[in-house]
Design a protein around this ligand. Structure first.
Ligand code: H79
Length: 699
């Protein structure tokens, strides 16, 4: 058993080594862009959310599902009608470009299953419409993707392809909707994935030139294995070096894609919020609830201030036209962009606290100058904009669009903070913009000769929260000329707290041998930073270990897995598995081979061997919920119904053997389970070697 696995591993390494290593995802243009256009266009655009004469509010691209329309009937009705004679790729691309959007992502195939390009892989594509049919068959022989790709190239706009893994129409896609009348006999999901790979290959094989993004969607009905996600993503990277792959291919991908929401704080990894302009992605005839340009631009500033991208959607109609309401929003955005794009493109997080009046974005130029951009959604209290802890003097203050003037004489200092005082005219102009939604917000650009030194609270590095004998906490160094004040007894650091002395080897650090609450602030020129940092660290005892029997180890290697069938919404308890008599052996924490696709729970139990005493940090990833227990203690609670989610937990372990138990459950859709650890004195997480696991202690 062990040998077969080892052999299989060797073979896969060899074959993987044969192809050249993939080019790293190219984020440079994407980070600079910050703003893109999402286009939802398909058969649903022709329907416009109207079925049998009745308008259905909500997402038009979901009409087949929401109206429970049999796919054959849906296609029979809409395929003959789809003839977008007014489609003008140049007009779309110009509208995007003028609005400051640097890339376009278009739905090449949505859940309805209709391919927007002539696809040799299947039967439901543009070549079955009059618009796409070859001229020899009396059609117009037009390919929207080709026209769009050409227009994007002409205008210097990057192009990305959205592709739905979910497909309500393909005969091999499973599960079928319950109102689908076609026979299910002979339907095979693997054949659907072959179709999917063939289509993605057509999209990326170069016929449409450079494709910058592959935007998957609808991955939740199956997991990565079933979708052959690894194969698809590897193919995409091989065909389009540097392509960005989103996180909806049943795997984490290159960036996160929150939908219709802006995260409170941007995640650490690259991310992009996609959002509708009205209440539907696809064209919806009677939906006139459009966001104002001002609202869109506030969203954009918010997203950029958190280091993300904004993919704003439009839904052209069945004739290929962008409706006048969307066009008018795009033109207002374009007007604002003419004078304000410098506060968006190439911008990101600023090292300043979130202000009460709006958002800060920041950009650095190639020449090294840096600009802090105040996006003023409302008038600041007392007309004062605070640049907390900014130690350098700005070169200039500019108000693009000249809504009002702000001279250098409006600058003052308050301790470590730099203040800009706005006059009455300025406040009136800002106030007007914030109450009239038709007027986008004002921006004040504060430019510096180089990255300004900012006196923020010192950062306490690392993620330690427990230690055994002692611990050294390192702190980020203060800007040149500033000092750090640290207390370890929970009291607020002041100027009287002696400055922390830098150690040649350790840098700035505090050594602790007892539980402590560490608080840190910085000061400059006798002025304390307004912000502070706190970290609680607790001294704990090592959990004693049992002696592992080295001789008996190989005979007892592996862990014991039990599977419990049923519908779960929380992680079941240990006792729930007592009645299960079927045992499987696994050599790591993962879903056993004999698990069904959906609706089950797994328990994996055994012993884990630790070589060194000290604090172990574990990371469990699962879809859906899971728990990690060591020596009867809950180390990580990653419970609940969710997609693939990682959680961390710390525990201090003596060297030797400890009881380990992982329980997880899978409701429906994607499934995943893995466990990694970080051993004492190491800084990286690693896979737990198979030899660390035993079924039981070998006495
Ligand atoms: O293409 C857009 C959506 O159609 C697609 N992603 C974006 C970019 C998407 N499909 N599904 N979802 C997002 C999440 C599922 C939403 C649902 Fe519903 C809630 C499905 C059923 C309930 C919305 C409301 C659709 C039907 C009713």
């Amino acid at each position: 058993m062990i040998w077969t696995t080892a052999l299989a591993l060797t073979i896969s390494f060899v074959s993987a080594g044969a192809s050249p290593p993939p080019v790293a995802p190219d984020f440079a243009w994407w980070t600079e862009a910050r703003f893109g256009m999402f286009v939802h266009w398909g058969l649903y655009s022709e329907a416009g959310s109207v079925w049998k004469g009745k308008f259905l509010p909500g997402w038009s691209e979901w009409m087949l599902n929401r109206k429970k329309i049999p796919p054959d009937e849906y296609h029979a009705e809409l395929t003959p009608r789809f003839d977008p004679v007014d489609f003008d790729a140049d007009a779309w691309v110009r509208a995007a470009k003028d609005a400051g959007m640097k890339y376009i992502v278009i739905t090449t195939k949505h859940h309805e299953g209709f391919a927007l390009w002539p696809s040799a892989a299947g039967e439901q594509d543009i070549a079955t419409t009059h618009f796409g049919k070859p001229k020899s068959q009396g059609g117009r022989e037009r390919d929207p993707l080709r026209e769009l790709a050409d227009a994007c190239k002409r205008h210097g706009i990057k192009l990305g392809f959205y592709y739905s893994l979910l497909d309500w129409s393909h005969p091999d896609y499973l599960p079928r909707r319950e109102w689908d009348t076609r026979s299910i006999d002979g339907a095979e999901y693997p054949r659907y994935t072959t179709y999917m790979r063939a289509q993605v290959k057509e999209l990326l094989d170069g016929r449409y030139g450079e494709i910058a993004v592959l935007w998957g969607d609808g991955d939740w009905e199956h997991g990565a294995r079933e979708h052959t996600s690894d194969e698809i993503v590897a193919m995409a990277r091989a065909l389009q070096p540097g392509i960005l792959v989103n996180d909806r291919w049943s795997q984490p991908g290159d960036y996160a894609t929150p939908e219709n929401k802006i995260p409170d704080a941007g995640p650490a990894r690259p991310w992009e919020t996609c959002m509708t302009l009205n209440n539907s992605w696809g064209y919806a005839r009677d939906d006139h609830e459009f966001k104002s340009a001002a609202a869109v631009l506030r969203n954009l500033a918010d997203i950029v201030s958190k280091g993300g991208n904004y993919l704003l959607n439009i839904g052209p109609d069945g004739k290929g036209r962008i409706d006048p309401e969307s066009m008018s929003v795009l033109s207002s955005i374009a007007l604002w962009m003419k004078t304000h794009s410098t506060s968006i493109h190439g911008n990101g997080r600023a090292p300043l606290p979130v202000p009460e009046w709006g958002k800060w974005t920041m950009a650095q130029s190639d020449e090294g100058t840096a600009t802090l951009n105040a996006h003023l959604f409302s008038a600041p209290k007392g007309g004062v904009i605070q640049l907390a802890g900014v130690m350098d003097e700005p070169l200039s203050i500019r108000v693009p669009g000249n809504e009002f003037a702000v001279g250098k004489d409006s600058l003052r200092r308050d301790g470590a903070d730099l203040l800009v005082q706005l006059n009455a005219d300025a406040l009136e102009a800002i106030g007007k913009a914030s109450t009239v939604d038709t007027t986008p917000h004002a921006v004040i650009e504060v430019e510096f000769a180089s990255m300004p030194r900012v006196l923020t609270a010192p950062e306490i590095l690392g993620d330690d929260s427990i230690f055994v004998d002692g611990i050294v906490l390192r702190l980020s160094p203060p800007p040149a000329g500033a000092v750090i004040h640290v207390t370890t007894n929970g009291s607020m650091p002041t100027l009287e707290t002696p400055p922390l002395v830098r150690d040649g080897q350790r840098g700035y650090s505090v050594a602790l041998t007892r539980s402590a609450t560490v608080r840190a602030r910085a000061s400059w020129n006798g002025q304390l930073s307004s912000a502070e940092t706190t970290r609680r660290v607790d001294q704990v005892e090592l959990l004693p270990a049992s002696v592992c029997d080295a001789l008996g180890a190989s005979a007892k290697s592996g862990l014991i897995a039990k599977i419990l069938l049923g519908e779960f919404e929380v992680v079941p308890g240990s006792k729930d598995f007592d009645a299960v008599i079927d045992l499987a052996r696994v050599d790591s924490i993962r879903i056993p081979e004999n698990a069904p696709l959906d609706r089950y729970a797994v328990q994996i139990r055994g012993v884990i061997e630790t070589r060194l005493p000290g604090v172990y940090r574990f990371e469990i990833s699962s879809d859906d919920g899971s728990e990690l227990w060591i020596d009867g203690r809950l180390v990580i609670d990653n419970g609940g119904l969710h997609g693939a989610t990682s959680k961390f937990g710390d525990i201090a372990l003596a060297g030797g053997c400890h009881e380990i138990e992982v329980r997880m459950f899978e409701s429906v859709g994607g499934e995943a389970l893995s466990l990694r650890w970080r051993v004492p004195f190491e800084s990286d997480f690693t896979a737990i070697p198979a030899k660390a696991f035993r079924r039981s202690l070998g006495q």
